[in-house]
Design a protein around this ligand. Structure first.
Ligand code: PSZ
Length: 489
């Protein structure tokens, strides 16, 4: 399956346009999944034991053979080849071992950027401003022309929250940027006014990460939160729709209304009790919490409430960003009259970070800061990813494949109406429910044994999170395998 090829001007390889002049190992995707052992297989089980002796590793599902993974296929340590519709929790944008990425560090300048990793807040390389401008700004959400890179999704949210608190306190000080001695003294003992009673509001079922501020705003499962101290920040309901959407319009509109009323009420109450909400963080589609959607009207109204009450709107696109809904950013589906205040990203973007406008830029240096502040190596990879998305027209591929998948899932929910329901989502960012958690887990597990990796979320949902390179042929394999799995239950 493997060939090491010197890519030349004339080589007839898909790799050509990305890696001219570079040596890249290329191998082809298998035609279909191939399962040779029990899942998990003997080698995987042995490795699980080994790792579990070193750390609590019971979350591990499979060990990857990342030399052999290719495109949409994940190959495990036992040599089993799975069609991957989960992609490392939704974070492989253009499949495994894409030639554009394999070649990315053959350029010596790129390699040196990777190994001489600077502390970007103090010693960035001379090409860093132009890299940000040429890689991250062309895909910035409309209206947001500031960007800060970060290490991961949690850290991106954490710093976005800080930017919101700085902005809010600056407003409270009437725009004055210097601090009073009572601020500087009290913050050192974690007391107001220096450590103010400000809040980020989030939603029931939300997931925003596991660091402390982010964890306070995470509301999906107790196992994420239990035993950790949390801030006294409020939670609002997020719509829970009935499906199919077109048959449940009245109910779903009422859901929007119920949640919006509560959001406005909590903001007012908090203002009265002197613990104001400074920002609201929201996922365009709640992911870990169970793939819950909300309508464009819900998001438009949410933004209106934020504007009316002086609360910043943070859209967490860590899981939805970089194309899986068929648009670069999922919030583009909502036709918001103005941009969100901050948009956070990670996963398929490979680097974490957040976009915002100049309004949310702190006046002083060293307030949004850490050692690495991102990684130039990730931007080198992202540059390739974004080029491939454009060259291969992957957003339209997502829309096309998404239609095939959704139509197929709609057929299956008719055929197996006792077993799956509530097909939903945009692009290939799709999900459906099983009647119970145990049946959901069995379906997912059986899918795996039949050669397809899928994810679960919330209590009863199975979600699809394929790469943007998932084509119609992969969609058919997914659907055929799901049908077989449901039949065998
Ligand atoms: O169990 C976990 O910790 C998981 S499973 C999936 C995620 C985390 N997703 C991460 C995530 C996200 O989906 C959204 C919408 N916001 C923030 C995060 C946190 O990103 P990381 O994991 O990079 O810190």
């Amino acid at each position: 399956m493997f060939r090491l090829v010197k890519v030349t001007e004339n080589a007839l390889l898909p790799a050509l346009k990305y890696t001219r002049g570079m040596s890249v190992a290329t191998h082809k995707e298998p035609e279909k999944p191939s399962i040779k052992t029990a899942v998990p297989g003997p080698k995987t089980q042995q490795l699980m034991g080994e790792l579990n002796n070193l750390q609590q590793a019971q979350s591990v599902q499979l060990f990857g053979d990342y030399d052999k993974c290719v495109g949409n296929y994940f190959v495990d340590a036992d040599g089993n080849e799975f069609l991957d519709a989960f992609t490392q929790i939704s974070s492989v944008p253009i499949g495994y071992n894409h030639p554009a990425l394999l070649g990315a560090f053959e350029d010596k300048h790129a390699l040196k950027s990777l190994i001489n990793r600077p502390a970007l807040g103090v010693f960035p390389s001379a090409d860093w401003p132009s890299k940000l401008k040429s890689v991250l700004l062309p895909v910035a959400p409309r209206g947001l022309d500031h960007v800060s890179t970060m290490m991961c999704g949690s850290c991106s949210n954490e710093n976005a929250y800080k930017a919101v608190f700085f902005w809010y306190r600056t407003k409270q000080r009437g725009g004055k940027v210097d601090f009073a001695p009572e601020d500087t003294d009290s913050c050192m003992v974690n007391q107001p006014p220096g450590s103010p009673d400000l809040a980020i509001m989030s939603f029931e079922g939300s997931f925003h990460g596991r660091t402390f501020g982010a964890l306070t705003t995470t509301r999906s499962k107790p196992i994420h939160k239990i035993d950790c101290p949390a801030f006294d920040w409020p939670v609002a309901p997020f719509p829970r729709y009935k499906y199919p959407l077109h048959e449940n319009e009245a109910y779903n509109n009422q859901e929007d209304k119920r949640c919006l009323e509560q959001i406005a009420r909590i903001i007012e109450e908090r203002k009265r009790s002197a613990k104001p909400v400074a920002g609201i963080v929201v996922e365009p589609i709640q992911s870990e919490g169970g793939d819950h959607e909300a309508s464009p009207a819900f998001f438009q109204n949410l933004q209106q409430i934020c504007k009316r009450t002086g609360v910043a709107l943070i859209v967490d696109e860590v899981q939805t960003g970089c194309g899986p809904t068929g648009k670069m950013w999922a919030h583009e589906h909502f036709d918001l009259p103005s941009p969100p205040d901050l948009v956070t990203f990670s996963k398929k973007m490979l680097t974490g970070g957040y976009y915002t406008s100049a309004e949310f830029r702190p006046a002083q240096a060293y307030r949004i800061f850490n050692t690495w502040m991102g990684d130039p190596g990730k931007l080198i990879l992202l540059e390739q990813v974004l080029r491939v998305i454009q060259q291969e027209n992957l957003l339209s591929n997502v829309q096309k494949t998404g239609k095939v998948l959704k139509n197929g899932l709609n057929e299956l929910e008719k055929e197996f109406s006792n077993t799956i329901n509530s097909v939903r989502g945009r692009g290939t960012f799709l999900a459906f429910n099983a009647p119970t958690t145990s049946l959901r887990d069995k379906i997912n597990n059986d899918l795996k044994k039949n050669g397809v990796l899928g994810g679960s979320c919330g209590q009863t949902a199975i979600r699809l999170r394929p790469a943007l390179t998932f084509r119609e042929k992969h969609a058919h394999i997914y659907l055929d395998t799901l049908r077989k799995t449901l039949k065998e239950l």
